[in-house]
Ligand binder design. Structure first.
Ligand SMILES: Nc1ncnc2c1ncn2[C@@H]1O[C@H](COP(=O)(O)OP(=O)(O)OP(=O)(O)O)[C@@H](O)[C@H]1O
Length: 292
């Protein structure tokens, strides 16, 4: 399969924070959700990919090409959508589009007009008068109107109401019918990814905790619930994180087969959500057990 995005041992240090030799890759045709708590290093990673920040070490390849040496041709093939508004607020939607259009060799005006209709974008309105949801749709329309093969989105759903979030996710899902496209999508709202992501990469405190297909994750991980007596008999090594209370415990394990073998049906075993995996695995969480 063709690797559309590859990071190998990438590091970057700021005073008080560092990204520590992170590696992961995304194949063409898939959606990767990039999750992690606030301050985990998601935006820093994306800025490094986009060469908005200079990495200290490591290799970043996009479409198999070095992201610095081939920055311009790579960016023509990327749609970049990020949270903070990066348009000129005084311009109208139409004026702003006319301004960015010449930067893209593959600009498809017909496609842009199609998105204007689909998203109900008001061409004559100044950007500063658009709602947050509209700004996001405008950003997306721009990103999609130059036949981008890879969409890189930094917290695109942040601050959007559930309806617009749902709409955005549907749009992304629709896009994936074109097998040529891939999406890399950072968020701390993990429920956004339950439906649409093929791969999950989880970053915590500047380190990659896991990078797997969502199906693999759901096969390996489970939530275990039991009473206090059961917890005393259990080898805690099978758990990533445990939450204990007066009556019993709830824990996350990444060794579902071992749990099933050891405890059978003496405990309650449930399917975890991505949120369970993130909460129990986050290092700063008081429930975290193992080291990684
Ligand atoms: N230019 C910079 N100089 C110094 N420190 C920085 C810089 N940019 C980011 N940081 C720090 O790096 C850490 C990671 O920040 P980053 O924005 O990558 O996290 P994030 O996972 O995107 O978080 P959030 O979900 O809150 O957006 C934070 O502690 C932040 O303060």
């Amino acid at each position: 399969m063709e690797k559309i995005l590859q990071l190998e041992n990438v590091s970057k240090s700021f005073k008080g924070f560092s990204l520590k030799n992170i590696s992961f890759s995304l194949d063409r045709g898939y959606i990767m959700g990039f999750i992690g708590p606030n301050g985990a290093g998601k935006s820093t990673t994306i800025k490094l990919m986009m060469n908005l920040l200079k990495k200290d070490h490591g290799v970043i390849k996009i479409f198999g090409l070095d992201h610095v040496q081939h920055e311009i041709p790579i960016k023509e093939r990327i749609g970049f959508v990020y949270d903070s508004n990066h348009f000129y607020e005084e311009l109208t939607v139409q004026e702003m589009k006319n301004m960015v259009r010449p930067f893209y060799k593959n600009w498809a005006e017909g496609l842009f007009q199609q998105y204007v209709k689909e998203f109900n974008l008001p061409l004559k309105k100044q950007i500063k008068h658009l709602s947050k949801g509209m700004k996001m749709k405008f950003s997306l329309a721009i990103a999609l109107s130059h036949h981008a093969e890879l969409l890189i989105m930094d917290e695109p759903t942040s601050g959007l109401d559930p309806l617009i979030r749902h709409e955005l996710l549907e749009i992304l899902q629709g896009l994936m019918e074109d097998e040529n496209k891939s999406v890399f999508f950072s968020t701390h709202i993990t429920s956004d990814l339950d439906k649409i992501a093929d791969y999950i990469t989880f970053i915590d405190n500047g380190e990659i905790v896991l990078s797997k297909t969502k199906d693999e994750l759901l096969e390996e991980y489970c939530i275990v619930k039991g009473n206090k007596e059961q917890l005393h008999k259990i080898d805690r090594g099978v758990f990533v994180g445990i939450n204990e209370n007066h009556y019993g415990f709830e824990a996350l394990s990444n060794r579902k087969m071992d749990v099933l073998k050891s405890f059978g049906d003496s405990v309650l075993i449930e399917k975890p959500t991505l949120e369970d995996i993130m909460i129990f695995s986050t290092r700063r969480s008081e429930n975290h057990v193992s080291t990684y």
